[in-house]
Design a protein around this ligand. Structure first.
Ligand code: CP
Ligand code: NVA
Length: 307
């Protein structure tokens, strides 16, 4: 049976193992050791939205594992417009061994995974960004060691990245405090699931509106854009509603003195984060970006049964 990664829930029982594998593979790669289980294999990348990190980290990562990748741009396939999701999944499965899909709609993602005969990896949709969350939890583990009892403070939009972190951090025993403006809270079903996962692992999940309350005493302070891809029509209203949610030095200083700053990038300096926080020695955003590649290599190796 083929395996997909659409939601963090798909890997919740092996999250710790997956992060350990990503860290081991990163160490071996740094030592120059070759591991090429994907010789002769092809990764298909379907993008409905732009990308820097996701495209480059998947392409470079897959080639390090011995394979070749094929980039299909937003104008190329036009999933669901030029051709049905069903037919795209069936046809692509005849050519490639694994598919990464960045989609506008989670329903399309699920549909593609249902009909493709090869593994489908979610490279971001409107509901989740699981590859990002695995890389983020790996980065936190590298810096903080065990995440049990640590606290992640999220400041900003209750979006796809928050959803994946909510479904990942509590699995590792990490508390989550998310401050979102009224009307921009995360999906209540995701919060409910996150709280259940937290209960099992002695971690708490709290959604609030006050960014100061969220950041106070946190080990990690995380923010993301106020205007996600697909939300551009709401730009003006969002910039206004989110202005009290900027992560600046004043807010960041309420966290623990050894707290780190994280952002999935791309960042909008001067909006959700100020330069002094982005460029501070406690900002780990570029280590976090690099770890996208290591995390995804481990994800693909696991999904394809190579480790
Ligand atoms: N963080 C992230 O997914 O970046 P891209 O949109 O550039 O891929
Ligand atoms: N929340 C952002 C993440 C970008 C990587 C978006 O969906 O645009």
């Amino acid at each position: 049976m083929k395996r997909d990664l659409i939601s963090m829930l798909d890997i919740k029982d092996e999250l710790k193992e997956l992060i350990d594998l990503a860290m081991t593979m990163k160490g071996e790669w740094r030592e120059g050791l070759q591991f090429t289980p994907f010789k002769g294999r092809t990764l298909g990348l379907i993008f409905e939205k732009p990308s820097l990190r996701t495209r480059v980290s998947f392409e470079v990562g897959f080639s390090q594992l011995g394979g070749t990748s094929l980039y299909l741009s937003p104008t190329e396939i036009q999933v669901g417009k030029r051709e049905s999701v069903h037919d795209v999944g069936k046809v692509l499965s005849r050519f490639v061994d694994i598919i990464m899909y960045r989609a506008f709609k989670n329903e399309m993602m699920m549909e593609l995974a249902k009909h493709a005969d090869v593994p489908v990896v979610n490279g971001l949709d409107d509901k989740e960004h699981p590859c990002q969350a695995v890389a983020d939890l790996m980065t936190m583990t590298e810096i903080k060691g065990t995440l049990k009892g640590r606290t992640l403070a999220w400041v900003g939009d209750g979006n796809n990245v928050l959803h994946s972190l909510l479904l990942g951090a509590p699995v590792l025993g990490m508390n989550v405090k998310a401050a979102c403006p009224k009307g921009y809270e995360p999906d209540p079903d995701v919060v409910k699931k996150a709280s259940e996962l937290g209960k099992k692992n002695k971690a708490s999940v709290q959604i609030m509106t006050d960014p100061r309350e969220a950041v106070k005493g946190a080990d990690v302070v995380y923010t993301d854009t106020w205007v996600s891809m697909g939300d551009e029509a709401e730009m003006e209203r969002r910039l206004r509603d989110f202005s009290p949610y900027q992560v600046n030095m004043e807010l960041f200083s309420l966290a623990r003195p050894d707290a780190i700053f994280m952002h999935c990038l791309p960042a909008h300096r001067g909006q959700e984060v100020t330069d002094d926080v982005m460029d501070s020695p406690r900002s780990v955003v570029f280590q976090e970006a690099e770890n996208r590649m290591h995390a995804q290599k481990a994800i693909m190796v696991r999904l394809m049964g190579k480790k």
